[in-house]
Design a protein around this ligand. Sequence first.
Ligand SMILES: N[C@@H](CCC(=O)N[C@@H](CS)C(=O)NCC(=O)O)C(=O)O
Length: 393
Amino acid sequence: MASQEVKLIGFWISPFVHRVEWALKLKGVEYEYIEEDIFNKSPLLLELNPVHKKVPVMVHRGKVILESFVILEYIEETWKESPLLPQDPYERAMARFWAKFAEEELLEDAWIALCSHGSQKERAVKSAIDALEKIEGEIKGKSFFGGEAIGSSSDNTKKLCNTVPMASQEVKLIGFWVSPFVRRVEWALKLKGVEYEYIEDDIFNKSPLLLELNPVHKRVPVMVHGGKVIVESFVILEYIEETWKESPLLPRDPYERAMARFWAKFAEEEVLDNAWIALCSRGSQKEKAVKSTIDALEKIEGELKGKSFFGGEAIGYLDLALGWISYWLPVWDEISSLQLLDSLKFPSITTWQNNFLENPVIKENLPPKEKMVVYFHNRSKELAPVMASSRHA
Ligand SMILES: N[C@@H](CCC(=O)N[C@@H](CS)C(=O)NCC(=O)O)C(=O)O
């Protein structure tokens, strides 16, 4: 491959950039490396990554791919030699789960531990060590997470918990009625025509089953397929897509797939997190969160314009990932007079919202609105003091 086909914009010390470089080198992909100064960003970086303005940025044949994990998946799908992910969908799910876990629980806490002082440092050190203990359990007895060779994780990885005895194709989903993370999994299963047994849990009084099946996060959704336990809704969606090939949710083209994954992550981190803070906080914290949510929605509006669905003509992965915007966000708007989803400001999102909610699979699988209003009203009141104190933490 001609080196000009792949360009990587990086910063010498970034671990996110290095993981992309390692993947390219392991696969023997030639690339041109362009060093960036993240403290004095170049016009090129700002043009290629206007959303986050961060490295790494990979450009392949003029197409821009962002976010190191999204880039890793793109590299894996584009250059098949020396695979980094295992073949088996469950092992792939485990690799994605632990990668996400280490990023969210270890890297973030270790960084806070490095940069903070006093009780905040102590807390972060403790959390980082807790996370390392879980990772130690995962790698025990292996040369690499990828087994005998470097990969994203293991071919022989331990299950999150003991295997649950059940028929080989049986699917169970443990959920909570109002969780948008659970609904996106249900929608995916229904769109693909996969039968499953739904088990309602109480996240305020967790069942022994939930604690046993998801000892790491203790959260729903938890999906069990033929006794194998998969957690984290985006990891579950990828597993569903790889296991049941009918009615594909992700596009075929690796670049389009990368875009779907990028926007799903963006909406989760920038829209969902901020909208939740906007609902549950007060005063200037609320104002700031409202503004950030609207800024993020503007980017989503730009991404959607002119399309019926994010997935084109049919509901796909990104529609499911963002599905909560169509139904949960208006409820939050109503409870807290947030005025986030203004139809004049966001005409494309509004049209998409109507298209999405008209689909029978979606329409028939939504929590009752009145019950949601009461639930979120109470939750926002309960969480307001917690949000206020976390601001000063
Ligand atoms: N990132 C997770 C989020 C799951 C999540 O936060 N689930 C909530 C219900 S909406 C939960 O189980 N909360 C219980 C807890 O955090 O203790 C996913 O996508 O699956």
